[in-house]
Design a protein around this ligand. Structure first.
Ligand code: HSE
Length: 445
């Protein structure tokens, strides 16, 4: 293949995913050349430490510590950014676009915070930005929202998009274990980081949801605006009651649009929280480190994407596919084939105004009239109780554990009621609080 048939690539980052990408570009060179009619050549690789011992064998001459060797090289037309975090990755991404290079990134932080700006800039500069790997590893989500589902008004998204927490919740559910028992295993197995905050507090999921919601609802969602609750407060008792009630507990990233008149812009909600999901819902059986995104569109109905949301090969699968797409665009001399459109009139609905069902677990004094007091507070706040369970009692302390589920109620009302309930002298502790998301058609056999 002669040189004018070569597309030069600058790879920024040679960690787990970067190494996977490099290996696939080398190992599949023949197939990639067939697919693109070009020789995809990694010309430079930006690394922190050139001398580091790596799992992958790499020509030392390709390695550099200097981003300019990629960003200022006019022969490099595609930059793959796999550094992670906002800075310096965002600065490099912007420079690459300004220099007229196409960008392929797996960076959810950059795309969630600066994605709209980078996409607009790319449009101005007639280059492409691809970011399939930024959410859900190898699961085809971004391309699906941008093209395959584009004829739909997406109504609802329910996503399990954090493998670490899904692994932890799956084990807590199966083994009745406490989070503090399972988390060290997740860290030992490499699923959870030494500092697991971003995963267990729902931050990682909120960033990914911001990207998906922006695309699906044609709006700009700032991840900082997404209300989120993590999983640290969950106790084994919540998993036992969930099972008794016919549910499982999943950390859901969800987004829903209100129905609006054709000429009006809908409001939408977006949030991340652990929720009770019916055992019969397709998402309930998404276990371990697997991810899944369940989408409801006005035309397509219900669609579920399922697969490995992280890891070297699944993520590299998405990156290399994006590189191939860019190569096709270069050959066809087109850019921004799929425009980035937004409906600026759309707004996010405050969490207070969201209606859903609730579950709460209380330790209360085991004596007459206690339930009546709690029911009365719910009534005052216009919250209708759906079920009450009382199983556990502590005869020594003369306390009992009560679990209450509600029908649909406003978040604002539920929070106010919980405050009043917690202040009752007969209530020792509000031990659990979860939202119930009765989603999905049951899996039928
Ligand atoms: N920490 C993430 C997860 C993977 O557990 O799914 C990277 O986004």
């Amino acid at each position: 293949m002669n040189n004018d048939k070569t597309i030069n690539i600058g790879l920024m980052g040679l960690g787990v995913v970067g190494s996977g990408v490099l290996r696939i570009i080398h190992e599949k060179a023949r197939v990639l050349a067939l697919e693109t009619d070009r020789n995809l050549r990694v010309k430079k690789i930006l690394v922190r430490e050139k001398a580091k011992v790596r799992d992958i064998s790499v020509d030392a001459a390709l390695l550099t510590n200097d981003p300019d060797e990629i960003l200022d090289d006019p022969t490099i037309s595609i930059v793959i950014e796999l550094i992670g975090g906002v800075e310096p990755a965002y600065a490099y991404a912007k420079r690459a676009i300004l220099a007229g290079k196409h960008l392929v990134t797996g960076n959810k932080d950059v795309m969630a915070v600066h994605g709209p700006e980078l996409l607009r800039l790319a449009n101005e500069k007639s280059v492409d930005v691809y970011f399939e790997a930024s959410v859900g590893g190898g699961i085809p989500l971004i391309g699906s929202f941008r093209s395959d589902l584009v004829a739909n008004e997406i109504r609802e998204i329910y996503a399990i998009i954090n493998g670490t927490t899904n692994y932890i919740l799956t084990r807590m559910s199966r083994e009745g274990a406490a989070l503090t028992e399972v988390l060290p295993d997740a860290q030992r197995l490499g699923f959870a980081e030494a500092d697991p905050t971003k995963d267990v507090e729902g931050i990682d999921a909120a960033y990914k949801l911001a990207i998906l919601t922006s695309l699906a609802f044609r709006t700009e969602v700032d991840p900082a605006d997404i209300p989120r609750t993590g999983i640290m407060q969950l106790e084994p008792a919540d998993f036992r009651y969930a099972q008794d009630l016919g549910y499982v507990i999943k950390l859901l990233a969800l987004a829903r649009q209100e129905n609006a008149a054709p000429q009006q812009s809908a409001r939408y909600e977006a949030s991340v929280y652990p929720a009770l999901v019916p055992q019969t819902a397709p998402l309930a059986s998404v276990d371990g480190v697997y991810n899944a995104v369940y989408v409801v569109g006005d035309l397509v109905g219900n669609v579920m994407f399922y697969g490995r949301g992280a890891g070297s090969e699944p993520t590299a699968s998405a990156i290399v596919a994006d590189v191939i797409d860019v190569a096709h665009n270069i050959i066809s001399q087109v850019t921004n084939r799929i425009p980035y459109t937004i409906d600026s009139a759309k707004t996010m609905k405050p969490m207070d105004e969201v209606e859903t069902r609730f579950y709460f677990r209380l330790w209360v004094a085991d004596r007459p009239g206690v339930l009546a007091k709690i029911a009365s507070i719910c009534g005052t706040h216009r919250i209708s109780i759906a079920s009450v369970i009382q199983k556990e009692a502590d005869p020594e302390e003369q306390t009992a554990e009560i679990v209450i589920t509600t029908h649909d109620a406003y978040e604002r009302a539920m929070q106010a009621a919980l405050q009043d309930i917690a202040a009752l002298d007969v209530v020792a502790r509000v031990a659990g609080f979860l939202r119930i998301v009765d989603l999905g058609e049951p899996v039928r056999v």
